[in-house]
Ligand binder design. Structure first.
Ligand code: ADP
Ligand code: MG
Length: 621
């Protein structure tokens, strides 16, 4: 017998599972059954596709055996099994990146953390909530040696050779105080029906059934084995036969969801391609949504046979929050990952699935605004990623994303923005490049306020990248207010004289600021502020450049901004009247620096800024 220690993360996780007041310990059974189901799926797939496995027996079943007296339960399957090495690595370490991510999000607040566990599902280890000792006896399909793994869930486990007549895995739970309530056949049947009714394999329960003996006039106990689940691939049944509860249950048992899903889309396609898809939108965004190593949520089946659950090519990346099933009649059972990447059948299913999901979302937006608000609160950002990458569906995605705005509370759609456009309004305007309060007080918005034009507040960090590539909504231009050319839209007739009169001052300012600015020119977009900075059409904004540098991108050329001056501002008028001197030079710098500050760009030389400010203050006091 050899003793091993758990990986540190496992011990941490176990501590947490056992000591956090977890509100649904019953899910241990769902987790163990779903592992058995996965193991059966894997073996079936191999017996269908790998020559060396073809001769192996495949009698798929999951058996629960209850010993009420000794308070033990075994969960046995005829699946793929595990050999010594796999027992050690699968049940002694945490390989799943999602689990590590989960651990890193824990706060130490028991209530909050147990919610997190609930959303996440901790797999095999959840059995330690209800058992103070767990034995796993497993024999890998195609191998002769079986192994026993035993642990109390504290520091480590022991592993030794064992006997098992056939391949598969048996898990023996010795219930603890908390777990004793599950040493009850009613309770077990109820839990299986609740969470695992539509697992594709039969689940049997063996227990002591009480039966009334008419002759003896008393009830006796008879050892009985009964199937307790429906065992059908529910997604293949017609929609008309399925109830809301069926969908919710399938979400929890197959798609690994915890809370009820927000909504689901069930499609059966027949014709040139035959397939069924059932997609769920979780009510909360998955915890790993923004991790590079996110867990794929869609499982691929071929003719009801599970094929894989980690194929990132089933849906585009921006729809990675979708959970569910794609079941195809046309793919070969032995389809490999390499084949998937360029398979025409899968490409067609994927294209149609994306269209379907997006059009259903559009329906919900139109007909169930409250539900849609819940959706968009969680998923606005991934949809924006779609705008960046999915050109074919850009128009639909533009209708689905939502925006903050200067005109309405909460979020608004582009369709609504369009309906509010003024008659003389040429484009839809937006501002990017910082947090919401900074954007809302930007001097760049002044003219829009004055002219009563709506501006969208795009404060998400990916907005500038995404929307610099989106220049139209239907036939209307989308324009960033901090781009130099956008002010063309706003020009008044009286403009040219004003600019001309200002020219001598503009020249002086340019001479003072030198290479720090590309150009100094008269502005038409300012009302209350004396100055602002803008960028050229093709160039990232000053704020964006700063962010790219902060992200470690060092090869960005130092792009110079254009300084715009408000010809109508008091300070500017006074400066124009003044002859060139030290004060004018201080003022030039102050006009430039304050415009940078309003953009959220830190000053290169704060000390110089303060000295100038104090000189000017000194004059006025
Ligand atoms: P997950 O199922 O999400 O991978 P679990 O903690 O539930 O995480 O299980 C860890 C791993 O242990 C599984 O991925 C699988 O490789 C292995 N495993 C667990 N139960 C079984 C079983 N009944 N048969 C074969 N392998 C199993
Ligand atoms: Mg599992």
């Amino acid at each position: 017998m050899s003793k091993r220690e758990f990986q540190t993360e496992v011990s941490q996780l176990l501590q947490l599972i056992i000591h956090s007041l977890y509100s649904h310990p019953e899910i241990f059974l769902r987790e163990l059954i779903s592992n058995s189901s996965d193991a059966l799926d894997k073996l079936r797939h191999l017996t269908l596709t790998e020559d060396s496995y073809k001769a192996l027996p495949f009698n798929p079943r999951i058996d629960l055996e209850l010993d009420e007296e000794n308070k033990t339960l075994t969960i046995a399957d005829t699946g793929i099994g595990m050999n010594e090495e796999e027992l050690v690595s699968h049940l002694g370490t945490i390989a799943r990146s999602g689990t590590k991510n989960f651990l890193s999000q824990l706060s130490g607040d028991a209530k909050r953390d147990s919610n997190l566990i609930g959303q996440f599902g901790v797999g095999f280890y959840s059995a330690f909530m209800v058992a103070d000792s767990i034995e796993v006896i497993s024999r890998k399909a195609g191998e002769d040696q079986a192994w026993r793994w035993v642990s109390d869930g504290k520091t480590g486990f022991e592993i030794e050779r064992a006997e098992r007549p056939t391949a598969g895995t048996t898990i023996l739970l010795h219930f603890n105080e908390e777990g004793k309530q599950y040493a009850n056949s009613w309770r077990l049947q109820e839990i299986v029906k609740k969470y695992s009714n539509h697992i594709a394999f039969p689940i049997f329960l063996t227990y002591d059934k009480s039966e009334w003996d008419e002759a003896e006039k008393k009830s006796t106990k008879i050892r009985t084995t009964e199937q307790v689940n429906a065992a059908s691939a529910l997604w293949r049944r017609p929609k008309s036969e399925l109830k809301e509860e069926d969908y919710k249950e399938l979400y929890k048992s197959v798609a690994g969801g915890w809370e009820d899903p927000l909504f689901w889309f069930h499609t059966k396609a027949e014709g040139s391609l035959d397939y069924t898809t059932l997609f769920y939108v979780p009510s909360k965004a998955p915890l790993d949504l923004y991790q590079a190593e996110y867990k794929v949520g869609v499982k691929l089946y071929v003719k009801r046979v599970f094929i894989m659950d980690d194929a990132k090519e089933l849906l585009p990346q921006y729809l990675r929050f979708i959970r569910g099933i794609i079941d195809s009649e046309d793919l070969p059972l032995n389809v490999s990952r390499e084949i998937l990447q360029q398979n025409r059948v899968l490409t067609s299913i994927r294209t149609a699935s994306v269209k379907k999901i997006l059009s259903e979302l559009k329906n919900i937006a139109a007909n169930q605004p409250e539900q849609y608000l819940k959706f968009i609160t969680e998923y606005n950002r991934p949809l924006k990623e779609g705008l960046h990458g999915d050109f074919a569906n850009r128009e639909t995605l533009l209708d689905l994303v939502r925006f903050k705005s200067t005109k309405v509370e909460g979020l608004t759609s582009l369709a609504d923005v369009k309906s509010r456009m003024k008659e003389e309004q040429k484009s839809i305007y937006y501002i990017t490049g910082g947090a919401e309060p900074l954007l809302r007080t930007s001097p760049l918005l002044e003219i829009y306020k004055k002219k009563d034009l709506e501006v969208l507040i795009l404060d998400d960090d990916i907005d500038e990248i995404v929307f610099s590539g989106v220049d139209k909504y239907g036939d209307i231009d989308l324009k960033a207010v901090n781009k130099a050319s956008t002010s063309e839209d706003l020009k008044d007739e009286a403009e040219p004289e004003k600019a001309e009169a200002l020219q001598p001052l503009l020249d002086k300012l340019k001479a003072t600021l030198g290479e720090n600015v590309k150009e100094v020119r008269a502005s038409v977009r300012l009302a209350d502020s004396p100055s602002c900075i803008v960028s050229d059409e093709e160039e990232p904004s000053m704020k964006m450049q700063q962010m790219l540098r902060a992200m470690g991108q060092t090869d960005i050329p130092a792009l110079k901004p254009t300084l715009e001056i408000n010809p109508d501002h008091e300070i500017v008028k006074k400066l124009l009247a003044r002859s060139d001197d030290a004060t004018t030079q201080d003022a030039a710098w102050l006009l430039f620096d304050q415009a940078l500050l309003m953009e959220g760009v830190p000053l290169q030389d704060p000390a110089a800024f303060v000295q100038r400010l104090n000189r000017i203050l000194n004059l006025s006091i």
